[in-house]
Every structure is written in structure tokens, then in C-alpha cells.
Design a protein around this ligand. Sequence first.
Ligand code: FES
Ligand SMILES: [Fe+2]
Length: 339
Amino acid sequence: MLVTKQPVLRRFWYALMPMSSLEDGPKPFTLLGENIVLWKKEDGTPAALRDRCCHRTAKLSKGFVEGDNIVCGYHGWTYDCSGACVKIPQNPGNAIPAGAKVPSFHCQEKYGYVWVALEDPLRPIPDFPEDGAPGYRRIFQFYEEWKTSPVRMMENSFDNAHFSFVHKANFGILDQPTPAPYTFTDTDYGFEAETMVPIRNPQAGHQITGTSDAITNRHLINRYYLPFCRRFGCMYPTSGIDHIIYNCATPIDDDHIILVQWLYRNDSEEAVSTQTLIDWDAAITAEDRGILEATDPDACIDTRRRIEFHMPSDKPGLMIRKQLLDLLTAHGEVEVFRT
Ligand code: FES
Ligand SMILES: [Fe+2]
């Protein structure tokens, strides 16, 4: 699927970057092929416009913030958060032409990130219940560009068959390639998939898992949020530790995503340091990145590539594809492929 060619995808919220990125001025971002400038207003909330001045097309992200407004760095035309030009410094006292404006986008802060919807969103930003829950701490893990598609990333997020191979140097058990089956529940945002997965527990992971058993279990309650977010809800029954990751595979264009990842833990900094948790998950995710960037990003969501479906454990992948396909159909779209 070419995500930039599916208009309905413009009607969802995507996490673009940490709010802290806007502390030192406006920033550019490309979402579904649309160039955006983000900045922070005086009340601390973010704003988003097309990153193109209506005067002579300069990128507004090269400019600066003045109060609630953004100032083009070329000749100083100034825009408010609705995209209306409110000042032309070379022409003071005269009316601003009615056409002097740039498109604006829905923009808000949640979970410490700037979220944007390019067109009227079909549903709110998902509710992640661990955020602010007593006993849980939120840890920003990483934010990086991957050469893959968000569909590939979502497939991989629920694909327990890759553990034994991609993660064999880590927690995967190479000689146990048959994955434990999931139990599925439909939800109003996508679906939930629950399973119990045995994993290797090398010494380097003892702090994370909270146990020194050679083999331990992960009780997974994973969730898919249409179109490109997921919860990796990992609980270690032996220790009672929850290690709950949220990912947004935010589509830059048809071949690239920003992978946004943060974590909730129900333990303390004294028990396991933030840096240890970042380093541990970064090493695992680097293994996923290595293999995902070796795939064709043109992930097909219809049934043409039946060969991909001949693995019983790929049911969540099929469910993701079906939900995406149903979304397109409900909005009168057909899947657009690379030709
Ligand atoms: S191009 Fe932006 S003010 Fe001239
Ligand atoms: Fe993985």
C-alpha cells in the first residue's frame, strides 16, 4: 500500500516528535508526504502549518517564533496558528490580502509528543491507560527514521514467529520456532491479542525481567490501534514487573517511518535505571530494524500475496490487513500499489 495515496490516512492522529524538540524554535516534519512546520505557542501548546510561505515559498521552519506566531525567515511575513498572515513588515498599515494564508493542520500534545492530523480526524488519539496511572513511570525510549512502511512495522509488532530468529541472540529460543497462539478480542480501536511466550533470560536481561530464571515467561497483552500504533504489553508473571511499550509507526512517505517508542514500567529508577531500559530495548529494536529494512516496504494489504499467509501464526498480520482494507473500502478507496 502506498500510504501517501490513501486519503483516509490523513484523517488519523500521528505522533510526530517530542514536545521538547520545539523548545529551541520551529521544526520541520514530513507526514504522509506533506511538509509541515511545528512550533510551540506561548501557552505551551503546539501548532502546525504547511511548511511553505505563501509569499515566495520559503520553508517556514527556517523562520522563528514570535509570541504565538511564526515568522518567515525570508522577508518576515508572520502567520498565526490558523495559517492567516497577520503581518507584512514591508507594508505596515495596509490591509493584508485575503489570500495571504497557508493551510493549517490539527495539532495537540499528548504523552509528551506533538500529534498531528492532516484532515478532520475520524477518532481521537488513543487512550493509553498506563499514562499517569499510580506506580507507573513513563520513559521516552527513542525516535528514529526507518526505511520501511508502517504496515510492515505493524505486522512485525504482532508476529511472534520472528522471535526465535530475529532475536535469537537475545530472548528468542531458536529451537522452539512454533509460536504460542494468541487469543483475540475485537476493540473499538482495533484488536487485543493475548498470549504467554516463553523466552530465554540471559544475565543481561535479569534486571529487566526481574528474575534470574534461565527461561521465563512473558504474558503479552498487545493491542493494535488502527492504523499504525501498537501496545506491546509485556508482563513478567514471576516478578510482577510490567514492561509496556507503545509504538507509533508514523508515515513520512511511502518508504519511511519515524518510529516513536516509549515505555511504562511499574518499578523505580533505583530498581532499574532509565538508561538501562533505553539501552535494552534499543538493542532489541535494532534487530527488528535490521530485518525490516531488508524487506520491500510496499506491503500489500489485499490477498494477492497469498504466499505470505502460509504461516498459521500470521493471523494478527491478516487481521491488521483486513482492518486497513475495511477502512479503505468504507471510505470509497481502493488500495494503491507501486506500479
Ligand atoms: S518568502 Fe516568506 S516572507 Fe517572503
Ligand atoms: Fe522483534
